[in-house]
Design a protein around this ligand. Structure first.
Ligand SMILES: NC(=O)c1ccc[n+]([C@@H]2O[C@H](COP(=O)([O-])OP(=O)(O)OC[C@H]3O[C@@H](n4cnc5c(N)ncnc54)[C@H](OP(=O)(O)O)[C@@H]3O)[C@@H](O)[C@H]2O)c1
Length: 307
């Protein structure tokens, strides 16, 4: 029996990963870490082991990871503060004898000129993992299509405008479920030790391309409005979105902070996220799903948001 410990198990990514492992009959191999075990009582009922653990309380992590053979380290949410948090989890895993760690990283982070706010946390965490003595797999996820189509999409449908500082930059947005499927493959099959994968969608597109698809599929006229970084900040400020990340805070149901989003747009505009790979298919045996497919599968939801 190979036991897999999962951090961030109560989040969107962690829940989808857990569902997939349970569907494979692996519930009893899972150790799920959370700061609030009450959130995961459903998982106990399904046969998983749920343990208390907090990145900010390193002492809690030794017991949380004990007995695990592999770790899926799902990156935390406090951008800018995560290196210390992740280090606590990596140190605990290495000390407990975990043999293989997979980490949800981000594409395009090798270039120090990449302005994306998230870059620093991910590249530094990768360094810690490479130096930990454990075998590792970096799952460098592209921008989630879910974030732009399902989270930001309703606002775009209401206003008829997709406003962005990403200019004409290209990226290959990916379904979060495809990222999860890639993680499932890495954690449940052999041969992924010391590998870095770029987990991307199937094609490079600009936000203007995506706006045109959204408009075509939903039948709602939507224009792409290109703005500069200051205008983008002003827009988010007016929505009441904090510049810096704040734990567990959401605005309109969305866990946003504008430093993250504005530097993200800048990174796209400047070409740092222009990466498209076949790694989803290589890992899962089926092609990565497209942004168009996500829009088509959610067309009623998107049209409803425009009412
Ligand atoms: N590529 C992209 O475009 C993109 C977009 C969004 C997110 N992401 C990345 O994907 C990750 C997962 O996203 P998600 O949607 O699953 O996030 P989410 O639903 O917000 O879940 C966050 C998880 O982090 C855990 N967590 C937060 N602080 C913690 C702490 N101090 N100690 C232990 N656990 C802590 C929470 O666990 P408890 O509350 O149960 O303790 C929760 O399960 C994000 O953190 C981010 O790094 C990438």
């Amino acid at each position: 029996m190979t036991r897999i410990v999962v951090t961030g198990a109560s989040g969107n990514y962690g829940r989808a990963f857990t569902d997939a492992l349970i569907a494979k009959g692996r519930a009893q191999d899972l150790i799920l870490i959370t700061r609030t075990p009450d959130k995961l009582t459903d998982r106990v009922a399904q046969g998983c082991e749920v343990r208390y653990g907090d990145f900010d309380k390193p002492d809690t992590l030794a017991a949380a990871v004990a007995g695990a053979d592999k770790m899926l380290l799902i990156s935390g949410t406090r951008v800018g503060a995560r290196v210390v948090q992740h280090k606590a989890a990596i140190d605990a895993a290495a000390k407990a004898g975990v043999k293989h760690i997979a980490y949800t990283s981000f594409i395009g982070i090798d270039d120090p000129a990449n302005p994306a706010e998230v870059r620093h946390d991910h590249i530094e965490t990768e360094k810690l993992i490479r130096g930990s003595g454990m075998a590792w797999t970096m799952l460098r996820d592209a921008h989630y299509a879910d974030a732009m189509i399902l989270m930001a999409g309703p606002g775009v449908m209401q206003s008829g405008q997709w406003i962005s500082n990403a200019g004409a930059g290209l990226e290959a947005m990916v379904w979060r479920d495809d990222c999860v499927a890639a993680a499932v493959a890495v954690m449940t099959s052999e041969g992924h030790e010391d590998q870095t994968y770029n987990i991307t969608g199937p094609e490079l597109q600009t936000f203007e391309d995506v706006t045109a698809i959204l408009s075509e599929v939903t039948g709602k006229p939507i224009s792409y409005v290109s703005v500069d970084d200051e205008q983008q900040y002003a827009m988010f400020d007016a929505m009441g979105i904090p510049r810096r990340p704040v734990d567990d805070q959401t605005v309109g149901g969305l866990p946003w902070n504008s430093d993250d989003m504005v530097t993200f747009g800048q990174a796209i505009r400047e070409g740092f996220l222009e990466i498209c790979s076949g790694d989803v298919e290589k890992l899962t045996g089926r092609p990565a799903r497209s942004v168009r497919q996500m829009i088509e599968e959610n067309v009623d939801f998107l049209r409803g948001a425009a009412q």
